[in-house]
Design a protein around this ligand. Structure first.
Ligand code: MN
Length: 414
């Protein structure tokens, strides 16, 4: 485990900050009426790298002056390493460039954060064995919980890039076609079983055209964000056979505002759990490709107290993002810079480690107890849901920034 790299930005040296010099996550920010531009989080400040490129301190072909990190990602791993090295040297304790850089730091509290990259396409997976077993048991019974393919291939579906939003964006409860087990006919109404899915999102930073290996897939991933795949369970239950989720997952997907790079996460690599059956060779991992990330979800009812409702770890996953990406390309499917891969809901073996209300309340049969004596089976209007995540080093931690959204009441349809 590496140690904290000390910075002349004093707030970056606190054991509590999510953004020490070891992290250097990439976001897009604006202050007041200024145009959104690329920035890097350091302690409680944002380094304005767009302006630093404008004045010639950094030189990456103008890519840092755009309102997303896509153009920079397209430059490839050598540029990724070069920027990280240059930022580390400039922000290190004792750097000769301190006084020059101090002119380009903005308090994070004054900034508005925007989508850090343009989502080219969005694919979501189903890769936690605990989650798949729990959901399968509720939807199909314990005997048919895990589909026969589950231990052999990463299961996924093609989602919608257009509905991915940044943390802080409100989410409107969707309408949909619903049919409960005791209903004779379907009806059209607001979802009464609106839910979260606690996930990580992997960002593809290099294109591919044809099948790639798991090792190559690892190199093509630029970084990770926290991801909440909002899900309407009542819509899902009626629509999902035979082609999988559709409108149940199309309302919104929220991501955290900072892209944490694979370079920052390198000291926290960990292996997938023991395989129950050997994987076919195209899914073999040449090394540990998951990360030890402690994850939490909290719920704050409108005007109420915050309750932590989930505590789990990304290391629970059965398939890693490089395995999912490699599998995605086996058909010849081209992958592009800015493609986003959702990990699938991250659930562990215990009740508190389940990453959705569907599992936490067991389909509503066993409501959650919250601070202040209230209960929840699914999300209610006005609820603020927040995902948090961190890799914990020795005396420092690597955070993602919160991934939050408040659910607003359904709007009457025209
Ligand atoms: Mn999902």
């Amino acid at each position: 485990m590496s140690d904290l790299i000390k910075s002349w930005v004093t707030s970056a040296n606190s054991a509590q900050t999510q953004f020490p010099l070891n992290n250097l996550p990439y976001g897009v920010f604006s202050v007041g009426e200024t145009a959104p531009r690329c920035g890097v989080a350091i302690g409680d400040l944002i380094l304005d790298v767009a302006t630093l490129e404008d004045v010639g301190v950094l030189s990456f072909g103008g890519t840092l002056q755009s309102a997303s990190w896509n153009a920079f990602m397209a430059l490839g791993p050598r540029a990724w390493g070069k920027l990280r090295n240059e930022l580390t040297q400039m922000l290190k304790d004792g750097s000769a460039q301190q006084s020059e850089l101090e002119l380009h730091l903005v308090p994070m509290a004054d900034a508005q954060l925007h989508m850090p990259f343009i989502v080219t396409e969005f694919t979501d997976f189903y890769a936690s064995k605990h989650h798949a077993t729990n959901v399968g048991t509720m939807f199909r019974g314990a005997e048919n919980a895990l589909p026969p393919n589950w231990l052999h291939i990463p299961i996924g579906y093609n989602g919608r890039a257009s509905s991915v939003v940044v943390s802080g964006t409100d989410v409107t409860r969707p309408h949909g076609q619903l049919k409960g087990p005791n209903d004779d006919l379907p009806r059209f109404a607001p979802s009464a079983r609106f839910d979260i899915e606690l996930e990580m999102g992997a960002i593809v930073g290099q294109p591919s055209n044809g099948p790639i290996s798991v090792a190559r897939a690892f190199e093509n991933i630029f970084g990770y964000v926290l991801l909440n795949d909002w899900s309407a369970r009542d819509i899902q239950a009626w629509e999902y056979q035979p082609l999988g989720p559709f409108q149940a997952k199309a309302t919104a997907t929220t991501i955290s505002p900072w892209i944490v790079t694979t370079a920052a996460l390198e000291p926290f690599r960990t292996s997938t759990p023991e395989r129950e059956t050997p994987l076919l060779s195209h899914l073999h991992e040449p090394g540990p490709m998951l990360y030890d990330l402690e994850l939490e979800v909290s719920l704050t009812p409108g005007g109420g107290a915050e309750s932590t409702i989930v505590r789990t770890n990304y290391a629970e996953m059965y398939y890693s993002a490089p395995q999912q990406l490699a599998h995605h390309t086996t058909s010849g499917c081209p992958m592009r810079v800015g493609d986003l891969l959702g990990s699938g809901t991250i659930s562990g073996p215990h009740r508190e480690s389940r990453g959705s209300f569907l599992e936490l309340s067991w389909g509503g049969k066993d409501p959650l107890q919250l601070e202040g004596g209230t209960t929840r089976s699914f999300i209610e209007d006005g609820d603020l849901l927040t995902l948090k995540g961190a890799a914990n080093g020795d005396g420092y931690r690597i955070g993602f920034g919160n991934c939050s959204g408040t659910v607003r009441p359904a709007i009457d349809l025209p």
